[in-house]
Design a binder for this molecule. Structure first.
Ligand code: NCD
Ligand code: ZN
Ligand code: ZN
Length: 412
């Protein structure tokens, strides 16, 4: 049995000074002065449930030069993430039972909890019941993005929503229809209304990926009021950057959907703190430096993000821009509930021992040489953040985030 002592633990919506006992892969006790053979002193630290990121591109297969499961696992641990949902726009895509099974086997190299999306393609949409038992959720691309998996026929959309409902799985949608994906901010809300209507008509459990604008968020909230079964995520890059930043930094800030306005960015922070945003997911979409420096038009869309997820949000907690309770809701409790991870997302007896131990006062500046993701760069280079993971437990096994080894570390 391992005991974490002297920490402030986030339990039942607040920080409490309690010991946590871990037995194998579970939390087996919470209390004062717990006894156990291995004791880890966590004085001055905060312990949260491990973060759950429902939108990552782990690549691997023919795109291992961008990322593979081993490097993704390291980047996740650095960002305090213990569970990921991997997107199926791999090469080759995850649209058959064999590929999904093989991808799950590969995912073991990450040593984190890996959930796998199945892609809905023109090749498999008629037989979703075959692949359904093998996937954790389904993904549908309405328009072009990395991977060329888009399905644009409206008649097929109706069939797909109907079939996914029968599988009882969540359908996550990349809701950008047609045109240049870099020019969708204007019609993001319309595209999202289109899928909300389909979800309403077919009673589908819908999750909307990477939402960026105020109008889109308001459309989703309106649908929720009409009892559409929908959830959505926004991503750290939409909280940190705007279209103005993209003008100066070019392809380094090219992603789908593109960055929105300063008003949208401010709205997202406000909505986040108000509890109106269901989840923060990173849309960690690694592409290498060589791939990104070929000019804006040719460069692939996508930015890495999982590696700095916890510090990006904890820094906002330190700045009183976000409450710790909201951070835990959008990164732990809500994703666990929505995606059916009944043993995760909270620190409680009997739950999985997935934990992140944070030094709330540790401050670091992100530099390129600190990046562990195979892509080798980060849009957050140069940013100084306060509050970093110093220890992570996945199923009771201790992992050391690399941040302790960062060169420019300053301990307060
Ligand atoms: C993603 C990728 O590179 O896989 N890119 C992106 O710009 N977000 C694909 C996606 O999520 O649309
Ligand atoms: Zn997408
Ligand atoms: Zn994505």
């Amino acid at each position: 049995m391992t005991i974490l002592t002297n920490a402030e633990i986030f339990v039942d919506g607040e920080l409490k000074k309690l010991d946590i006992a871990l037995e194998e892969d579970k939390i087996c006790a919470l209390g004062r002065n717990l006894e156990g053979e291995q004791r880890i002193d966590c004085s001055g630290k905060i312990v949260l449930p491990g973060l759950i990121d429902v939108h990552v591109h782990a690549r691997d297969l023919k795109q291992s030069h961008k990322e593979d499961w081993e490097s993704l696992g390291r980047a996740a641990i650095a960002g305090g993430v213990t569970t990921v949902f991997a997107m199926p726009n791999t090469d080759p895509p995850l649209d058959t039972v064999e590929r999904v099974r093989d991808y799950r086997r590969r995912a073991q190299a990450s040593k984190i909890n890996a959930k796998v999306y199945g892609a809905i393609t023109l090749g498999n949409y008629k037989n979703l019941e075959q692949i359904a038992p093998h996937v954790d959720a389904f993904k549908l691309y309405l328009g072009e993005t990395t991977g060329h998996l888009s399905v644009s026929d409206k008649k097929l959309h109706r069939e797909i929503f109907k079939s996914v409902t029968q599988t009882e799985k969540i359908l996550t949608v990349h809701a950008q229809r047609g045109g240049d994906p870099q020019d969708v901010t204007r019609h993001e809300a319309d595209d999202i209304c289109y899928v909300l209507d389909l979800a309403a008509a077919y009673k589908t459990k819908l999750h909307i990926a990477h939402v960026t604008t105020q109008r889109a968020v308001e459309a989703i909230l309106e649908a929720k009021r009409s009892k559409v079964d929908v959830s959505f995520e926004t991503c750290p890059h939409y909280l940190y950057f705007t279209a103005k930043d993209r003008e100066s930094r070019g392809a380094w800030l090219k992603m789908n959907p593109p960055l929105a306005t300063e008003e949208d960015r401010e709205f997202l922070w406000w909505a986040l703190q108000e509890g109106l945003i269901d989840m923060i997911a990173t849309d960690h979409a690694p592409h290498t430096i060589e791939e990104k420096i070929v000019g804006y038009a040719k460069a692939p869309a996508g930015v890495p993000g999982i590696e700095f997820l916890l510090p990006l949000l904890f820094d906002a907690v330190n700045a009183s821009k976000l409450s710790l309770g909201r951070l835990v809701e959008v990164c732990c409790t809500n994703p666990a509930r929505r995606f059916g991870l009944t043993h995760k997302g909270e620190i409680a007896v009997g739950r999985d021992a997935d934990l992140v131990v944070i030094d709330p006062d540790r401050e670091k500046t992100i530099t390129r040489k600190d990046v562990g993701s195979r892509c080798g760069w980060s849009p957050y280079e140069g940013l100084t953040l306060r509050g970093w993971p110093v220890m992570v437990f996945v199923g009771g096994l201790k992992r050391n985030p690399p941040c302790a080894a960062l060169s420019n570390e300053r301990q307060n």
